[in-house]
Design a protein. Structure first.
Length: 212
């Protein structure tokens, strides 16, 4: 199975910190897929897999774009932005994948990453309970995200193009990600994406739901 579609399993924050972080360059907009499809074969693309992803829930915060907090495959998946490459690619470090019900102490830490707080009166919280709390919070918004992804690689750099639905609104996206930043820059240019603004899922979701 392609690496970008590997099985999602629970992981402690300590174990996640051992993973070498990847840089990501991602673009959104209409016509993005046509551009990438026209360029990918000349770039030497190797197809991996197409997959309709299960619906995910992203938790976006008015206070930060540096905490990627989402529910994927029933796990609360956390990645934190640590820096940018000289090219402006964003580097996100995995910070844990938590099984539900999530313990109060873990949820406090997650809310800290989102730069917000809330009153937590239970020892643990189900997915549904966390979504209810987020919907009621003035600084947070849960967003339903659905994706049809087409994975491929170019010179070992993981790439994809996809159709993404944020709360039902569709937008096209494409991305490259790798620990090899120099190699990634060549691929971004080869796919015709270099002149487009680098936009994370978080900022794209905020735009669609009117948070920015």
């Amino acid at each position: 199975m392609a690496e970008q579609f590997a099985k999602n399993v629970a992981m402690s924050a300590a174990d996640a910190a051992k993973i070498l972080p990847r840089a990501e360059f991602r673009v959104f907009g209409q016509g993005v897929i046509d551009i990438v499809q026209q360029k990918m074969w000349d770039a030497g693309a190797t197809l991996q897999k197409a997959r309709r992803m299960p619906a995910e829930t992203y938790f976006i915060s008015r206070q930060t774009d540096a905490a990627n907090v989402k529910v994927r495959d029933g796990l609360l998946d956390i990645k934190l932005k640590t820096s940018d490459t000289p090219e402006g690619y964003e580097i996100f470090q995995p910070a844990g994948k938590f099984q539900f019900p999530v313990k109060q102490v873990d949820l406090v830490a997650i809310l800290g990453h989102l730069r917000t707080t809330m009153k937590l009166e239970q020892d643990s919280f189900s997915i549904e309970e966390f979504i209810v709390l987020a919907r009621a919070h003035a600084e947070l918004s849960p967003v339903t995200v659905e994706k049809m992804r087409y994975g491929f690689t170019v010179d070992g750099v993981i790439c994809e193009y996809a159709r993404v639905w944020f709360n039902g609104a569709m937008v096209e996206t494409a991305c490259c990600e790798s620990e090899n930043y120099a190699g990634m820059r060549k691929v971004v240019e080869a796919l015709g994406m270099a002149a487009m603004p680098n936009t994370s899922y978080l900022r794209a979701a905020k735009r669609v739901v009117g948070m920015i």
